[in-house]
Design a protein around this ligand. Structure first.
Ligand code: NAD
Length: 497
């Protein structure tokens, strides 16, 4: 793996929300930790602003994300701005000249990272121009970082991939899934493969089911136009949720290298049971929020949000049962659910172990609780193991005890933002936590079968109240299997707080 931290970073969409809220503060954190050797940033966007104005906006975004910081003037002195029209070759030709000058000035060895932080319809055309107008013609490395969504379905993703691959090889493409930058998502592998008490049990003999919930309290906010073309299935399930399933289900890689890990993840995608036709409504549930209350404040119907169709058929919630038909997981459901305007903002994984073969104990006259391993992804980060232990003073009574490790309690100030880690990985040439094309293609193929059915049939929406945990059908999905959703609110990691 290359470790050359010298690079010219070109951010397309440098006046946008992502650049301001995530990319500039993340670059500053890398700078302040001396992780950037020689670097410069060229911000590229449509607006005509001066480099001074751009540097001020970078400064403002660092200040608002991180508060007052040292060396800010030195940091922003590495930032330059170029006004750009993504469809015009002349823009790229002048950008190329400017990039060559900056490269020579900072001695950046011809290393280039092109970060596409723009609307997805521009991804393909920019990649083609970068090649045809000579920006990728460099003596160092060249890497393309590309934001979500990667296509709208499998055919559009293939088309985008073909455009990108004319200019960059697969190894040079870094498809962002920001969940793969999250500390506890990266921890899944370590929890599984570094603990003798988990890995031997990590299969259909001992695990009853795995539940992944990613809930938001926010509604669609200002993103109505985009969300209407996406919905929860495309926006959350095809990428983030499927990536978590793959990390939980994959076989141990023979080595911790990018290729080995990706190859194990791809095998999980290949083993997904195809859900299509009439089965879609047996395995998946969709929902759309109606009016309700969040934090004691009334919130509107999805269909009354800005830029949303009054008769919208777009799902703001999805729950599903995913089956992985391989030797390890045959018969174990992976239940997933994600949605907007739900009770709590929370991403959690609950691994529910099977009941013991014979129960000798009672917990105040009811059966023992199953053992649970809860991985808290956000907002709190940590692990909780739910066990049964003897109740003090009792005779044969058992009670549930929770062993917790809270990442936030221990490393609060040091947990780097996901984007910081992903940018760092990209500069080091480590693509492990980015999505390979094969993963994208398999997950679109899976999701397309579901959206095909849903697009043909109009749902009875709205079907869940804002502030709830989704439609009743999502509960019934698990009840059919004799299961239920573990609540996301009382599984907290609280011990270290
Ligand atoms: P945005 O609308 O805030 O910014 C878009 C940027 O593109 C602006 O800098 C604008 O000047 C530039 N631009 C638009 N049209 C242009 C043109 N014709 N020529 C040159 N520049 C042009 O968008 P955003 O929220 O920053 O999102 C950017 C990308 O990141 C999208 O793909 C989005 O899906 C993805 N993303 C954003 C977030 C987020 O938190 N904002 C999170 C995850 C993914």
């Amino acid at each position: 793996m290359e470790q050359n931290m010298t690079s010219l970073i070109m951010i397309f969409g440098a006046t946008g929300d992502l650049a301001k809220r995530k990319l500039f503060p993340s670059l500053y954190r890398l700078f302040s930790r001396n992780k950037l050797e020689k670097f410069a940033v060229i911000g590229v966007a449509r607006r005509t602003i001066s480099t001074d104005e751009f540097q001020q906006s970078v400064k403002d975004s660092v200040l608002s994300a991180l508060g007052n910081k040292d060396n800010l003037d030195e940091f922003v002195s590495h930032f330059y701005y170029q006004s750009h029209d993504v469809a015009d070759s002349n823009s790229y030709v002048s950008l190329r000249k400017f990039a060559d000058e900056i490269d020579a000035h900072y001695d950046l060895e011809g290393n280039r990272i092109f970060y596409l932080a723009m609307a997805p319809e521009f991804f393909g055309p920019i990649a083609l121009h970068l090649k045809s107008d000579g920006l990728t013609d460099v003596k160092g490395y060249k890497r393309l970082v590309i934001e979500k969504p990667f296509g709208h379905d499998l055919p559009s993703a293939k088309e985008l991939n073909t455009q990108i691959r004319t200019a960059f090889s697969e190894e040079e493409v870094y498809r962002i899934d920001h969940y793969l930058g999250k500390e506890m998502v990266r921890n899944i592998e370590v929890i599984r493969f570094a603990n003798a008490i988990f890995e031997p049990l990590w299969n259909n003999r001992y695990i009853s089911n795995i539940q992944i919930t990613s809930s938001e309290t926010l509604g669609v906010e200002e993103r109505g136009r985009y969300y209407e073309t996406s919905g929860a299935l495309r926006d959350m399930l095809q990428n983030h949720m499927m990536q978590m399933v793959a990390l939980l289900a994959m076989e141990p890689p023979i080595k911790l290298t990018t290729d080995e890990i990706r190859s194990e993840k791809v095998k999980v995608f290949r083993a997904l049971r195809t859900i299509e036709g009439d089965d879609v409504n047996n395995y998946f549930v969709r929902g759309q929020y109606g009016e309700g209350t969040i934090d004691e404040m009334p919130v509107p119907n999805y269909r009354d949000e800005p830029m949303v169709d009054k008769e919208s058929n777009t799902e703001t919630f999805v729950a599903g049962k995913i089956m992985i038909d391989n030797f390890r997981w045959a018969g174990v459901p992976f239940y997933i659910r994600t949605g907007k305007r739900m009770t709590a903002k929370s991403t959690k994984i609950v691994v529910q172990f099977k009941d013991i073969p014979m129960n000798l104990y009672y917990q105040t006259e009811k059966m023992l609780n199953p053992n649970l391993l809860v991985i808290h992804i956000q907002p709190e980060e940590g692990i909780t193991l739910h066990l049964n232990a003897k109740k003090a003073g009792g005779h044969l009574d058992a009670q549930e005890v929770k062993l917790s490790f809270a990442n936030t309690g221990v490393h609060a100030m040091n947990t780097p933002e996901g984007y910081e880690k992903l940018l760092y990985d990209c500069m080091r040439g480590d693509a492990t936590n980015f999505t390979h094309w094969d993963e994208v293609a398999y997950s679109w193929a899976f999701v397309d079968k579901i959206s095909e059915v849903w697009e043909k049939t109009k749902a009875t929406f709205p079907n869940y109240e804002a502030g709830s945990m989704g439609p009743i059908e999502a509960d019934e999905l698990l009840e059919k299997d004799g299961s239920f959703w573990w609540p996301v609110t009382n599984l907290e990691v609280d011990i270290c707080k």
